[in-house]
Design a protein around this ligand. Structure first.
Ligand code: FA5
Length: 344
């Protein structure tokens, strides 16, 4: 029995030494020290021993049991420490690894150009006014000296919702709404940015929906020279100090006289494909506010005069950034839009 116990002990110690993990170690504990284990079996057989042998064997069983239990405990400490080490190694964060880049969007070129134009005019004392995109025929046409049936209405092919309601074709109705709010008292000095809609066929320079910025100044003694000076500052700030402007006679029912305003081309007047060989590029329409428009909005046209202008941001952006097709603004090609990111 003594030999049996010694063999049991060395067998158990061997297995404990070889145990690779805590589960295996626990299996060994159950196998050797559990109720159905060999040590318990030996204890059960003690009844067959003589009275002198019994205490001797009892003491030996206790020693074997204790030796195995201690070895298991020691091994458990070692394996637990190893498990913690392994977990720590797995959870290590390598702070030297490169991070994943955060994707930052770019401001849309039209937003950018609109804000740039707004800032420029706010710097000259203008305030920003806004109006509805679904507009009444009255504000879009009639109050701008374009009564029903006027042939000049054809200049702006219109999306009508009802005979009296339409998608505004320009930002000029905001002029009328703002002047009405002033109750016939000047000065008025506003710019009105916003979306406009026309039944134009889309091509490289036309879109059925585009953006405009309107400018309006009404006061006493406002003259054509004020308009010219203002637009000259605009052109130089927007396109470069070396740029000139040129006013050509034109026609708008809401201004008299009316002009088309050209900016000198970046080719310096030599002629290139952008200016189609003329040295000048058309950028906006303008003029002195027609007395009928002033009167309809409640202003005394013998006391007040004013100038107004309207431009399309797409065309300004195309010129400034060298964009060859207006459709780029509306097709959401990221390769195009990313070029306007300030982060790359
Ligand atoms: C007007 O809309 C006038 N309301 C401007 C104005 C305001 C004149 C105040 C006098 C006083 P016009 O139809 O020319 O004018 O349009 C103005 C600008 O809008 C054009 O110079 C052009 O830059 C832009 N534009 C016109 N049609 C389109 C289109 N289909 N697509 C893109 N831009 C357009």
């Amino acid at each position: 029995m003594e030999q049996q116990l010694n063999e049991l002990q060395s067998q158990a110690l061997e297995k404990i030494a070889a145990a690779a993990d805590l589960k295996e170690l626990n299996d060994i504990r159950v196998a050797y020290l559990g109720k159905k284990g060999p040590v318990t079996e030996v204890l059960k057989g003690m009844g067959k021993l003589s009275a002198e042998e019994r205490p001797k064997m009892g003491a030996l069983v206790n020693v074997v049991r204790e030796t195995i239990a201690n070895a298991i405990e020691e091994k458990q400490t070692v394996l637990e420490a190893a498990a913690i080490e392994q977990q720590l190694a797995l959870e290590t964060v390598d702070v030297t690894l490169p991070g994943s880049p955060v994707k930052i969007g770019a401001q849309h070129p039209l937003t950018r150009i609109t804000e740039e134009i707004e800032d420029l005019f706010i710097g000259m004392g203008y305030t920003v006014a806004e109006g509805p995109e679904v507009e009444q025929d009255y504000y879009n046409f009639e109050a701008l000296n374009l009564p029903k049936g006027h042939p000049a209405r054809d200049m702006q092919d219109t999306f009508y919702i009802t005979p009296e309601l339409l998608m505004r074709t320009h930002t000029s109705p905001v002029q009328v709404r703002t002047m009405q709010k002033h109750g016939g008292r000047g000065p008025v000095k506003i710019i009105c940015p916003g979306k406009v809609y026309r039944r134009d066929s889309d091509d490289a320079t036309h879109s059925h929906q585009f953006t405009q910025i309107e400018g309006l100044v009404v006061g006493e003694n406002i003259r054509m020279s004020d308009l010219k000076g203002t637009l000259d500052v605009f052109a130089k700030k927007m396109f470069g100090a070396d740029r000139e402007i040129r006013l050509r006679p034109s026609f708008f029912p809401f201004t008299e006289p009316s002009v088309e305003v050209d900016v000198s081309c970046m080719c310096g007047g030599k002629g290139c494909s952008i200016c189609k060989g003329t040295g000048w590029i058309e950028v906006l329409g303008a003029g002195m506010v027609h007395p009928n428009v002033l009167e309809m909005a409640g202003f005394d046209s013998t006391k007040y005069t004013g100038f107004a202008f309207g431009m399309g941001q797409e065309r300004i952006a195309m010129l400034k950034y060298g964009i060859d097709d207006i459709r780029h603004f509306y097709t959401n090609d990221l390769r195009f839009l990313k070029q306007f990111s300030v982060h790359e």
